[in-house]
Design a protein around this ligand. Structure first.
Ligand code: AMP
Length: 218
């Protein structure tokens, strides 16, 4: 199962990717998480990436493409993967097709999460993430058992720098101009399935499960 989770920031891609990873036992790859790890480690890549991320802009294609190529070349992805947050531009989608075309099976399905803008802003502004394991919580919709502490690993919950209101608006703008065209790209390839992201994570996962059942007989 080689999947892409597509959708605007705040639609729940990361939450769904993690739930699917646990349920289907297929690894998820989040370019956002990889880049944030590099930022935290203070690497050259992290410093470069952070100069774009903190403004809500995209990290340049060639940088992210190299990151994903390196990751996909590692062992552990033989049964498939769930890509979260990649590709985000047409150039990235074409690069992915090229890389996968050389290496074996291509993308089977693209799940496009759909949610209206006001709800996206609400979700992003209340989001808190675990600094240690990147698990996602929400002040109103998914509060942790103890305030400020991750249910999964006990790590501290923080607000992402790019989840502040003014950066959120910029990220949504970037999504519309750079990433939304991928919806048509994958629709033309016959791989697109649109999924309503309304409701709690379990409700959205249920919709995804139905689609995967229909497509893969799972
Ligand atoms: P995310 O966690 O997916 O919301 O990503 C957070 C930030 O990381 C984005 O706003 C971008 O600055 C950067 N980023 C993550 N994935 C990509 C990508 N595929 N292309 C360019 N920038 C990315």
């Amino acid at each position: 199962m080689h999947l892409i989770l597509l959708g605007p920031p705040g639609a729940g891609k990361g939450t769904q990717a993690r739930m699917m990873e646990r349920y289907y036992r297929i690894p998820q790859i989040s370019t956002g998480d990889i880049l944030r790890e590099e930022v935290a480690a203070g690497s050259t890549l992290g410093k470069l990436a952070n100069s774009f991320m903190k403004k809500g802009s995209l990290v340049p294609d060639e940088v992210v493409i190299e990151v994903i190529e390196e990751r996909l070349s590692r062992p552990g992805y033989a049964r498939g993967y769930i890509l979260d947050g990649f590709p985000r531009t047409l150039a990235q989608a074409e690069a992915l097709d090229r890389v996968l075309g050389l290496a074996g099976p291509g993308i089977d399905l693209v799940l496009s999460l759909v949610l209206d803008e006001e709800e996206l802003v609400q979700r992003l502004a209340g989001r808190r993430v675990c600094e240690r394991c990147a698990e996602v919580f929400h002040l109103s919709f998914r509060s942790p058992r103890s305030p400020g502490i991750c249910d999964s690993c006990g790590g501290p919950l923080v607000q992402r720098e790019d989840d502040r209101e003014e950066t959120i608006r910029r990220r949504l703008q970037v999504y519309k101009s750079e990433t939304a065209p991928l919806i048509d790209y994958y629709r033309r390839e016959g791989k697109l399935k649109e999924i309503s992201a309304v409701g709690n994570p379990e409700a959205v996962k249920e919709r995804i499960d139905q689609v995967l059942k229909g497509s893969f007989g799972l």
